[in-house]
Design a protein around this ligand. Structure first.
Ligand code: FES
Length: 116
């Protein structure tokens, strides 16, 4: 069973959501269920306003999970969340990206920390 821990500035608000394996949802959908700063967002991978930092408690899992679509990569770059090198890399796993679009990230059975 996975755990998603939302941590929001000033980092004194923390909520832990324990996920059932069948509970496949995006990070944005989960964030809307807890007292966590949910910004005005498009929910469709178009605005980039939902960028969050995702830290895996198991680093080996991170290497397997960091696969960004071209659209997510472009929005994160425009939002200043990816470096030039990360943006230009064909395979983003060479430069493990911590930043993800919450609306595009479907949570699996994993333990992650999510920073606003
Ligand atoms: S909510 Fe707009 S890109 Fe995620």
């Amino acid at each position: 069973m996975g755990n998603v821990t939302f941590i929001a500035p000033p980092f004194d608000v923390e909520r832990v959501i324990k996920l059932e394996p069948r509970n496949c949802a995006t990070l944005l959908a989960l964030a809307r269920e807890v007292p966590w700063p949910a910004h005005k967002t498009c929910g469709q991978g178009l605005c980039g306003a939902c960028a969050v930092k995702v830290v895996y408690r198991d680093p080996a899992r991170a290497a397997a999970r960091v696969v960004l679509s071209a659209g997510e990569k472009t929005l994160l770059y425009r939002a200043g969340r990816l470096t030039d090198a990360e943006y230009r890399a064909r395979d983003i796993s060479v430069y493990p990206a911590l930043w993800r679009l919450a609306c595009q990230y479907v949570v699996e059975d994993e333990d992650i920390l999510v920073f606003a």
